[in-house]
Design a protein around this ligand. Structure first.
Ligand code: NDP
Ligand code: HSE
Length: 436
């Protein structure tokens, strides 16, 4: 049988990793796929740039549309990232009846509804395992392995760069900016690293996970998104003192008639497995009604871990490319005409416990005033930390752990607290997830 010919759009970290994995494991992979898989062409803007993979047997082109249009190319693998030209290239490939594999979570989260509709119309597959949690096959788990369950909630560390930064801050007391630079050098970070540190990348991934878990359309604009840039080394240490770790979580949960979709730093009890997922590793807990909680762990970024998912998608496509399109696994797990319009809940209705950090003037009665503002909103305090002021400093940090409360009550208390003359800066809150 003729080999399947791949056109690779992008030869950066993941593109090079994909070439290396296919070169190294080609025989094993073709035994699985049933056909040889060959990278015939690759697009790069700068063919002279040194690559992390050999390119001698690949026809390098400088025009990505030329690659997509080439009738010899059976499957287009999009590893450029971002919105444009990735979207136009993917839509053109679909228009031409070609299957697509992509690692681009931004593309799927923002344009997936349109892309999948077009792909279904043309009878082609668009696979995107590498888009969420790097090398962990979490899309396959949700779409196929847990298909018998009603998924109740998902909580995951789904950004490798952010987890790497938080781990290095905690373990080595390293500076945020310095660790970010290292993550970029290691190929973990997005082209624009604010996507990693401000939670946008995790929100893209959560959008995809929630759609597949609950059978809802992709709705990135409804995800509450908060990054890790305000987490300080002191927060990390206070959390430890209280028996918690700070992790950047993506959470999707059925709640009443709606669904919570939120990405933010979270305190997690230190005994939880998720609290001990460190460095660039990702982990996703999925709670299904039949199976209970299940945990998936692995590298969340990097060349070959991500290539592992890209190549698995290629094998899947090759295995079923000749099958009747109606009988393939649906792109978003649920049949396209059976998606639910379940509402995404506003943050005001979310209920969690909180870690609160304040900077206050060190004088009598301040602690009592703040405790009263909290009590006025029915917020009960679980723990307080107040440290001695540093020599020469008139302000002290004040840390509270609260019991569970609706976010709107905390917002009301925050407004009162921040208007107190002894409170020197806006109160910083980190939500606390017990994950039970
Ligand atoms: P890189 O920046 O390393 O590589 C991107 C490639 O695309 C390069 O070949 C680059 O060209 C080309 N490219 C970038 N921007 C443009 C543009 N505007 N027009 C044309 N070509 C462009 O990215 P990664 O390999 O890290 O990421 C690729 C995709 O995989 C992204 O969607 C990313 O989110 C996703 N991903 C990345 C992971 C990782 O660990 N890095 C993990 C999981 C997913 P040139 O060669 O000329 O520089
Ligand atoms: N920048 C992403 C991360 C790459 O650090 O998780 C993997 O999606």
């Amino acid at each position: 049988m003729q080999p399947v010919k791949i056109g690779l759009l992008g030869l950066g970290t993941v593109g090079s990793g994909t070439v290396n994995v296919l070169n190294r494991n080609g025989r094993e992979i073709s035994r699985r796929a049933g056909r040889e898989i060959v990278i015939a062409k690759a697009f790069t803007r700068s063919p002279e740039k040194p690559r992390l993979c050999p390119t001698d047997n690949i026809d390098l082109v400088g025009d990505p549309f030329q690659l997509v249009e080439d009738p010899q190319i059976d499957i287009v693998v999009e590893l450029i990232g971002g919105d444009s030209p990735a979207k136009e290239l993917v839509l053109r490939a679909i228009e031409l009846g070609k299957h697509v594999v992509t690692a681009n979570k931004a593309l799927i989260a923002l344009h997936g509804n349109e892309i999948f509709a077009k792909a279904s119309e043309k009878g082609v597959m668009v696979n995107f395992e590498a888009a969420v949690a790097g090398g962990i096959p979490i899309i396959k788990v949700l779409r196929e392995g847990l298909a018998g369950n009603r998924i109740e909630w998902i909580a995951g560390i789904i950004n490798g760069t952010g987890n790497f930064i938080l781990t290095e801050m905690r373990d080595k007391g390293r500076d945020f900016a310095d660790v970010l630079k290292e993550a970029q050098a290691l190929g973990y970070a997005e082209a624009d690293p604010t996507f990693d540190i401000e939670g946008i990348d995790a929100a893209h991934k959560l959008t995809i996970l929630a759609a597949i878990a609950f059978g809802i359309p992709l709705q990135f604009d409804k995800v509450y998104t908060e990054g890790i840039s305000q987490v300080t080394g002191e927060d990390v240490r206070y959390a430890e003192e209280l028996g918690y770790r700070i992790k950047h979580l993506g959470i999707a949960r059925r709640s009443g008639d709606g669904v919570e979709l939120r990405v933010h730093p979270s305190l997690i009890p230190e005994r939880r497995l998720l609290a001990n997922v460190d460095g660039v590793m990702n982990a996703v807990v999925v709670k299904g009604d039949a199976v209970g909680p299940t945990l998936y762990y692995g590298p969340g970024a990097g060349a070959e871990p991500t290539a592992s998912a890209v190549v698995a998608d290629l094998v899947d496509v090759v295995r079923v490319m000749t099958a009747d399109p109606e009988h393939r696994v649906p792109h978003l797990a649920f049949q396209a005409d059976a998606l639910s319009d379940m509402a995404v809940l506003p943050m005001a209705e979310i209920e969690t416990a909180y870690y609160l950090r304040l900077s206050v003037a060190d004088r009598p009665g301040v602690l009592a005033d703040i405790a009263r503002f909290l009590a006025d909103q029915g917020i009960s305090i679980e723990a307080v930390i107040q440290k001695e002021p540093q020599p020469g400093q008139a302000e002290v940090p004040l840390i509270f752990l609260t019991h569970k409360v609706k976010e709107k009550s905390l917002d009301a208390a925050a407004a009162q607290i921040e208007s107190h003359p002894a409170v020197k800066a806006p109160m910083y809150r980190i939500r606390l997830e017990t994950l039970d």
